[in-house]
Ligand binder design. Structure first.
Ligand SMILES: O=C(O)CC1=CCC(=O)O1
Length: 259
């Protein structure tokens, strides 16, 4: 499938090193709102909506993670960014991982949050069927139940409502096709090919992709550093924004800020 022109936002100085952030399944680029202001003080920050999400096109499926990588490479080309630091969470982390293995020269430093090199396929393939049959809205409460720890969700009902609305607004076919991309993803052979300095972040309480998934990634990428956020579920960047942003900045700044 050919690349689609994804919708994106830029923050920060146009001549600063580029950091691109890739969203999780069901989210939009808005999921990075807690991180963008601090990152934009030092970087040209690019957030975008993965196809099937937010304001990006949702072409007919099937999709693979390689299609999502092609979209991201096309975006970097449009921006004139030969090389970028790449940050991805969950599905976004799968895109980032595959990009770093396929095109090492395009990636400066890599940050992989709450993601997996080998997600259990059946749940995602079943969810694709459910999304096509009944839409994403009925799935939203259970999904958000995995994004935040129960205690944090109980204290932040407006955030929960906003996240559920974000999932409900996803294109049903696009969301289902992204579920299939996750279900068919296997990057275990990619890991040894990744040469970018890599930070791996786990949510200690993530019921969607628990810490052993990130431990496997960190064990497979030479020199990778693993950090566990606690308490934290599948979207630790929302629940622990200061800690996650601090870890990202420490990792990216170690490059001497050039991508
Ligand atoms: O939606 C979930 O349950 C968790 C998830 C897996 C891949 C992704 O991006 O989110």
């Amino acid at each position: 499938m050919s690349a689609v022109e994804v919708s994106y936002t830029e923050d920060g100085a146009a001549d600063a090193p580029v950091v691109v952030l890739s969203n999780s399944l069901g989210a939009t680029r808005g999921m990075w709102d807690p991180q963008v202001p601090a990152l934009a003080e030092r970087y040209r920050v690019v957030t975008y909506d993965t196809r099937g999400h937010g304001e990006s096109p949702a072409p007919a499926g099937p999709y693979t993670v390689d299609d999502l990588v092609d979209d991201l490479l096309a975006l970097l080309d449009r921006l004139g960014a030969r090389r970028a630091h790449v940050v991805g969470l969950s599905l976004g982390g799968m895109t980032a991982m595959r990009l770093a293995a396929r095109e090492p020269s395009r990636v400066g430093r890599l940050a992989l949050l709450a993601t997996s090199a080998a997600p259990d396929p059946q749940g995602f393939l079943d969810r694709a069927v459910q999304a096509r049959a009944g839409g994403t809205a009925p799935l939203a409460p259970a999904i958000v139940g995995r994004w935040l720890t129960p205690g944090y969700a109980a204290q932040h009902p407006q955030l929960v409502a906003r996240l559920e609305a974000m999932i409900a607004a996803a294109d049903d076919e696009g969301y289902a096709s992204c579920c299939e991309a996750v279900g068919h993803f296997d990057a275990r052979d990619d890991l040894a090919r990744i040469t970018a300095p890599t930070l791996v972040v786990s949510g200690a309480d993530d019921p969607a992709l628990p810490p052993p998934h990130q431990q496997a990634i960190a064990g497979g990428i030479a020199g990778a550093r693993l950090v566990t956020i606690s308490p934290g579920a599948h979207l630790p960047n929302l629940e622990q924004p200061l800690e996650v942003t601090g870890e990202l900045l420490a990792h990216l700044d170690a490059a001497g800020s050039s991508a």
